[in-house]
Design a protein around this ligand. Structure first.
Ligand code: THU
Length: 145
């Protein structure tokens, strides 16, 4: 049974088990399908109910169709019951932390609890630090449709 993460203040989570998340990301990375770039990526995130969701990159002979590891992770989030992401890490084939690409920051932002922590190459950052002034679902309500 997964321990529900303790939230402090505005959705900020205390006591994140980064080692557990890294292990899950490394495990996912080993399942990556990256025959074209040979750059394997694994991602793992903690969900607000204590679940850990993961994803790996899946490339395609039509290169532009590549699915980043974060795409698989968001799919895993919804497949396994939904919820909001509270902590995230992704790694390369050398098991080193890498930054989520710009598109994937947008993808993560839609499913993040405000204040979601990411393990960045410069230390732990929030999603708002990595994607300031983000466009999101609320922007769609601003216009009459
Ligand atoms: N990649 C990811 O999976 N996530 C990122 O955030 C950055 C890039 C993948 C896509 C491609 O398969 C490989 O890394 C090289 O760009």
């Amino acid at each position: 049974m997964a321990a529900v993460p303790r939230t402090v203040g505005e959705g900020v989570v205390a006591d994140i088990d980064w080692a557990r998340l890294r292990t899950a990301a490394i495990d996912a990375m080993h399942r990556a399908y990256a025959p074209y770039s040979r750059f394997k990526v694994g991602a793992a995130a903690l969900v607000s109910d204590g679940r850990v969701v993961t994803g790996c990159n899946v490339e395609n002979a039509s290169y532009g169709l590549t699915l980043c590891a974060e795409c698989g992770l968001v799919s895993d989030l919804h497949r396994s019951g939904g919820g909001q992401l509270v902590a995230f890490v992704c790694v390369n084939g050398d098991e080193e932390t890498i930054m989520p690409c710009g598109r994937c920051r947008q993808l993560l932002s839609e499913h993040a609890l405000p204040g979601m922590r990411l393990q960045a190459t410069s230390g732990v950052r929030t999603i708002e630090e990595l994607l300031p002034d983000a466009f999101g679902p609320r922007d769609l309500d601003e216009v009459g449709r």
